[in-house]
Design a protein around this ligand. Structure first.
Ligand code: DQQ
Length: 536
């Protein structure tokens, strides 16, 4: 083994080396979870893309297999790009993925397992009819923007549907296809949904959520208890947006409730690094699970030095919030198996300007779950109505800018002298026109995370829809060597950041709770050291 790499993760999914990007075709089959992902077998930068493959019985520990899908036919000879799995009514899984053909056109291919009695689904056979969907003169599809088929869903008319990400000029498109037999696919006249200006829509995801139960639904579920979610990934900004709306089954169109996917006024799964995500329905536990790719924030030369690039986020269960206006995400419960040596933080008053070290956890590999209670909100600063962009507000009012209620939160990856630190914190503002309304800002400030200037240390932020008058402000952070994944407001908002400290490494890493506001806040919760998962 090589000298220890301080940035390799202890419990976040990554292969042993090289480049990874999008999660592909997640599924459960005969009790085994499968994760495929975009992988370059020969380098630390993007290229030569195949579907690498790992399996798990608990979504925490993973064993690697040979690549499942790799260039081998004309219609994928230049790369096997992203796609999804559909479980057919017989129980047989089907992979639909984008292949790059000899003319560098994007086409859609189908593959089935070679041996259905192998629970590891190690070998896949591409059907001779490939490609099943392709751009032509007649269908007017843009051949360089036609990719990432979703999991298909079965309509009441017994026909399959799926969408494929595309664009026409600047218009983002979710192109709809239908099929009776999963083999012959016909493009619908109209897309499932489209909006002007923000194409190309990569990795679309379209799935039902329950209005009343905290459970996931099969992708084909429809009915009065169901709303739908459409997520798209925008290649120009590397941001994802989702809307919640209604799927009109007879017209085969999706109508978002309100909000927009075109700008930062829309909803995001994650306000930090998180891209090309995909959900699947876990029929064993009746939940819907979200996977997302976490890119590096280091330089390419840094990646070459490490020998790897890219992680997957901890899989998250997602449900509809009771407001029915947003989703709520939470790390899968199985992750808690890795928790050890709990350090309890009994209810403690954090006076204005105070720091409180959390002693006794392996601070470079930890799970921290705390809640802040504010007894007196009267002194909250007034929100300027022009502060509409949370990320900008977080950069303007960073960790060192003292306020009244906040900044308070956690300092992760702290070096002994506090020269390096990553701050995840809240600020509370009073609404400018209503004395009893508050605005909660959640930030992840990486600006002091490393003394190495080669890293992208952008600050991230989002508003959190919680009412600090009546609820505690919870904050959970999954800290893992070069990543901190934070869940605010019990999973209402998430921010994932990558950091590369030079001093706050392994055993030299500290963890603090802090309050740099003038007003006191109460903190309580727990921190755990995290065991190392067996990953690949
Ligand atoms: N990554 C894949 C594409 C997809 C993009 C190629 C998103 O299929 O659109 O590696 O990151």
């Amino acid at each position: 083994p090589q000298a220890k790499d301080p940035y390799r993760t202890g419990y976040h999914f990554q292969p042993r080396k090289n480049w990874i990007n999008d999660p592909n075709g997640p599924l459960i089959y005969k009790g085994i979870y499968h994760l495929f992902y975009q992988y370059n077998p020969s380098s630390v930068v993007w290229g030569n893309i195949v579907w690498a493959h790992s399996t798990s019985t608990d979504l925490v520990n993973w064993i690697p297999h040979e690549a499942a899908i790799y260039p081998s036919i004309l219609s994928d000879i230049n790369g096997c790009w992203s796609g999804s799995v559909t479980i057919l009514p017989s129980g047989k899984p089907a992979i639909l993925y984008t292949g790059i053909n000899p003319d560098k056109e994007q086409v859609q291919n189908l593959a089935f397992p070679k041996n259905l009695s192998d629970p590891f689904l190690r070998e896949w056979v591409k059907v001779p009819q490939n490609p099943l969907m392709a751009p032509t003169q007649a269908n007017q599809i843009n051949a360089s923007s036609f990719r990432d088929p979703t999991t298909a869903w079965l309509g009441p008319d017994k026909r399959w549907r799926l969408i494929i990400g595309s664009k026409r000029n600047h218009r983002g498109l979710a192109i709809l296809y239908r099929s009776k037999d999963f083999m012959h696919w016909t493009k619908a006249k109209h897309p499932l949904y489209s909006t002007p200006k923000n194409g190309m829509w990569e990795c679309p995801d379209f799935f039902p959520v329950s209005k009343t139960k905290l459970l996931g639904l099969d992708t084909s579920a429809i009915g009065p208890d169901v709303k739908h979610v459409l997520k798209v990934s925008l290649d120009n900004t590397r941001k994802e947006y989702y809307t919640i709306g209604t799927y009109n089954v007879s017209k085969d169109i999706y109508i978002p409730d309100d909000g927009s996917i075109e700008s930062d006024s829309g909803l995001r799964y994650d306000y930090g690094k998180f891209y090309a995500s995909k959900t699947f329905f876990d029929s064993a536990k009746n939940r819907r699970i979200l996977w997302g790719w976490i890119n590096e924030s280091s330089s390419v030369s840094g990646d070459i030095k490490k020998g790897w690039s890219g992680l997957q986020a901890i899989p998250r269960t997602i449900v509809l919030d009771k407001s029915r206006k947003q989703l709520v995400q939470w790390p899968v419960v199985e992750l808690e198996k890795l928790r050890t040596n709990e350090v309890k933080l009994p209810s403690t008053l954090l006076k204005g300007g105070s720091l409180h070290e959390v002693i006794g956890v392996t601070a470079a590999q930890a799970d921290v779950d705390v809640a802040f209670e504010i007894s007196d909100l009267k002194k909250a600063e007034v929100m300027d109505p022009s502060w509409t962009n949370a990320q900008l507000l977080c950069s303007k009012k960073g960790t060192s800018v003292k306020g009244a209620l906040g900044p308070f939160g956690l300092l992760a990856f702290v070096s002994k002298d506090l020269k390096e630190k990553t701050a995840i914190f809240y600020r509370i503002f009073k609404s400018h026109n209503n004395n009893n309304k508050y605005v909660v800002l959640m930030c992840s400030d990486q600006s002091r995370s490393s003394l190495n200037p080669d890293n992208d240390m952008t600050t991230y932020g989002t508003f959190v829809n919680v009412d600090p008058l009546h609820e505690k402000l919870s904050l959970r952070s999954l800290i893992d060597h070069s990543i901190v994944e934070s869940f605010g407001g019990k999973g209402k908002e998430c921010i994932t950041a990558r950091v590369y400290p030079t001093l706050a490494v392994d055993g030299d890493t500290h963890l603090y709770a802090f309050n740099y506001g003038s007003e006191s806040v109460k903190i309580a919760g727990s921190a755990w050291s995290m065991k190392t998962a067996k990953i690949n």
